[in-house]
Ligand binder design. Structure first.
Ligand SMILES: Cc1cc2nc3c(=O)[nH]c(=O)nc-3n(C[C@H](O)[C@H](O)[C@H](O)COP(=O)(O)OP(=O)(O)OC[C@H]3O[C@@H](n4cnc5c(N)ncnc54)[C@H](O)[C@@H]3O)c2cc1C
Length: 438
């Protein structure tokens, strides 16, 4: 659908937009005058946003190193575009490209996954049986979607029986739009929510509820629909001012919500969803159910000594790293970047953009036997779309402070600029990140 009328953007605007997207965020200690000459073996596990970016960055920062990227997926998914597909703004083809297009020259790509991490032996074993010893390892495997933790739920249901999920890949996002279109005709009860685990892009389920409301209003069927949002927590977003703003938006849009509700079971035949609540299980009938599954580190990570052994990141096996340096405290040659890193905040592509220069600089310093100086401040950013043509550019750090890089835009105002960034600029910026050129 067409966005609002826009003034043309000049180069200075674009640079400022890039800064706001985290692409030009300065990283303390990340600068290095010359590439480091080293014969080191560097293995990168995972060829998604974080793994490709790290491979590109390290291939520029290291001379003579053997860099091996291990990841089986040949299609690259631009996941931040999934909400655009699920709300009918983009076709699914726009979010799919080839992994091969982003592999930096000189990097060896092993088209298999890591089957086992063996940090004590400083090696990984791939699913094709090959073994890869390393002097430094980057864990960038992202997270897994744990559909089976919801009884009765199976990703093959998406697109049928009123079940949708923007998280289920490009096809899942396209199927979500089809289910939503049907719901726009019939109306009824729509249930949205988030899982009790850490998750990538915690803003996406909220965007879903707000966008769907906007689509129903456009279709003239909002009056026939009830929208509900459920969260296992006592807030709608972990950052207090954003929570307050979402409360305001939900009230204005007549979106009902409830705290302390965790989706535990789905019965597609009966079209019911069951939630765990402090008062016991609660079963609700739905006409449209948007499922966001629990998320965890991939099994080989979870089962390795790299995972946190205690604390809030232990249950789902996120990689134990120092939250500032992104270095493993027990295996100093190991770094984690992207969704798999066991740090508070993060888990967005914008976080990858800020983490990658930090992890790359620190990995190089580690190989050079130098002090690690680069630090990640928890920068997380999400253009929180509130309706087609408008979004809020929510940016924050570890402390939950809003960190707007666009001083003339209120981060909690629904504005056209973040929408334009989301619709037209972040894709090219993201691809430049994968190439390591920004
Ligand atoms: C619906 C949705 C909306 C989003 N919206 C935004 C947004 O608006 N803004 C934003 O900044 N971010 C957004 N994100 C989040 C963003 O896409 C992720 O945070 C980002 O992709 C993380 O990069 P990653 O490399 O850690 O994980 P991924 O990009 O998922 O890549 C992980 C890779 O590792 C591979 N892998 C898994 N297991 C193994 C293994 N054992 N061995 C080797 N490889 C393995 C996977 O196949 C995959 O290729 C969104 C995500 C979703 C799903």
């Amino acid at each position: 659908m067409p966005g609002p009328a826009l003034a043309p953007l000049n180069r200075r605007d674009l640079v400022r937009l890039a800064v706001a997207a985290g692409v030009a965020a300065p990283v303390a200690g990340a600068a290095r005058a010359q590439p480091l000459r080293t014969p080191a073996r560097v293995v990168i596990a995972g060829a998604g946003a974080a793994g490709l970016t790290m491979a590109s960055k390290l291939s520029r920062l290291l001379e003579g190193a053997r860099i091996t990227l291990i990841g089986a997926r040949t299609a690259h998914w631009y996941q931040p575009g999934f909400t655009m597909v699920a709300s009918g703004v983009w076709p699914a083809t726009k979010v799919v490209s080839e992994t091969a297009d982003y592999i930096a020259p000189g990097v060896t790509w092993v088209r298999a996954d890591v089957a086992a991490f063996e940090p004590e032996a400083k090696r990984v074993v791939a699913t094709d049986g090959s073994t890869h010893p390393y002097d430094a390892l980057v864990v960038a495997t992202g997270c897994t979607l744990e559909w089976s933790r919801i009884e009765g739920m199976d990703p093959t249901l998406i697109g049928r029986e009123g079940i949708a999920s923007v998280y289920a890949g490009p096809e899942g996002a396209a199927a979500t739009w089809r289910v939503l279109q049907r719901f726009m005709e019939t109306g009824g009860v729509a249930l949205h929510g988030r899982p009790p685990t850490e998750m990538k892009c915690a803003g996406a389920p909220l965007k879903g509820a707000l966008l769907w409301d906007a689509r129903l209003r456009e279709a003239g069927t909002r009056g026939r629909a009830e929208l509900h949002y459920f969260t296992p927590f006592r807030n709608l977003f972990a950052v207090a001012p954003v929570h307050a703003k979402v409360l305001e938006l939900f009230a204005a849009r007549d979106i009902a919500f409830a705290y302390d509700h965790t989706l535990t079971a789905v019965d597609p035949a009966a079209r019911t969803a069951t939630f765990r609540t402090p008062d016991g299980p609660k079963t609700l009938r739905y006409d449209y159910l948007h499922v966001v599954p629990p998320m965890a580190a991939p099994q080989p990570v979870r089962e390795s000594a790299l995972a946190w052994g205690s604390g809030p990141f232990a249950a789902d096996g996120w990689v134990e790293v120092n939250r500032d340096t992104l270095q493993h405290p027990r295996f100093p040659e190991v770094f984690a970047v992207g969704d798999v890193a066991g740090v508070p905040r993060g888990k967005t592509a914008a976080s990858v953009k800020t983490q990658a220069p930090v992890a790359a600089a620190n990995l190089v310093s580690f190989l050079a036997g130098e002090q690690l100086e680069a630090a990640y401040n928890g920068y997380t950013s999400c253009p929180l779309i509130t309706r087609p043509g408008r979004a809020m550019l929510v940016e924050f750090d570890y402390e939950g402070r809003l960190t707007p890089t666009f001083p003339f835009i209120d981060p909690l105002a629904e504005h056209w600029v973040p929408w334009v960034m989301k619709d037209r600029l972040l894709g090219p910026i993201y691809r430049a990140m994968l190439h390591g050129s920004i």
